[in-house]
Design a binder for this molecule. Structure first.
Ligand SMILES: C[S@@+](CC[C@H](N)C(=O)[O-])C[C@H]1O[C@@H](n2cnc3c(N)ncnc32)[C@H](O)[C@@H]1O
Length: 243
């Protein structure tokens, strides 16, 4: 079963509106590329980020999940939405900004896949374009694996989620949703989603030949480390194509 096939219908209710992530992205775009006109989101999911970026930008999203894209089409009808793999896509367009957030990059489970994604980003950025992405760190995935399962009730349903780290640096998110269909009737939806943790130094070294680091932050506004909860980066392409 493809990832997010059954989770897609619950995704927005579980995660809520990503207001803070959208605010950070808009701040970075305003600061580092105020004249940006086009954004490509890798792993756009249900389109929550694209919808929040607003109508002033031309919006494109790529995702591997048909179910997530179906929600995105509904949420963000103005966006161009494409079924594709972020490690191998090739579009007839280039962009001022490429974003990849909410640990979408971690979903690529080999470092070779990350390198292919970086190459694809480079290929699709205009001159002066930005690559903005976040990652779950190696330390965060380890910390999550040591925590008790997270139990969350929402809209009458119950989510139980835990992170396993039997094959470090590969983590597995084990996600169960008990969907309430009647007073005593529940349907179980179960998915296991793999995430790769990559040391931040390896990420920066891989990007260094083609990108310049403009900004980096953890969730507290400090410089991120391999123990941070999340690391967010803004890179500018050194050489890109004219759009
Ligand atoms: C955690 S969700 C994030 C969605 C969205 N970026 C957000 O912030 O709400 C990860 C998304 O990445 C997509 N994804 C994972 N691996 C992918 C790949 N190799 N190519 C394209 N999309 C992928 C999944 O289908 C899912 O929609």
């Amino acid at each position: 079963m493809a990832s997010y096939e059954t989770l897609a219908q619950f995704y927005d209710a579980v995660n809520g509106e990503p207001r803070e992530r959208i605010r950070q992205l808009l701040d970075f775009i305003a600061r580092y590329h105020p004249r940006a006109e086009s954004v490509l989101e890798l792993g756009c999911g249900t389109g929550a980020i694209l919808a929040g970026l607003g109508s002033g930008l031309s919006l494109t999203g790529i995702d591997l999940s048909d179910e997530m894209l179906a929600h995105a089409r509904h949420r963000c009808p103005s966006a161009r939405l494409i079924h594709g793999d972020i490690t191998s896509f090739s579009l007839d367009d280039t962009f001022d900004v490429v974003v990849c957030v909410f640990d979408t990059l971690n979903h690529v489970t080999t470092f070779e896949g990350w390198l292919s994604t970086f190459e694809r980003v480079h290929e699709h950025l205009n001159v002066g374009g930005l690559f903005i992405f976040d990652v779950n760190t190696v330390g965060r995935l380890r910390e999550l694996s040591e925590m008790a399962p997270w139990v969350h009730d929402f809209e009458g349903h119950t989510l139980i989620m835990e992170v396993e780290l039997d094959d470090e640096p590969l983590a597995t998110w084990d996600i169960r949703i008990f969907e309430q269909r009647g007073a005593r009737e529940y349907v179980l939806h179960h998915e296991r989603i793999a995430e790769l943790g990559v040391p931040l130094g390896d990420i920066k070294r891989a990007l260094a030949p083609q990108f310049t680091l403009l900004d980096e932050t953890d969730t507290q506004g400090d410089a991120p480390t391999d123990e941070s909860s999340r690391a967010l980066f803004v890179f500018r392409v050194v050489e890109g194509r004219d759009g």
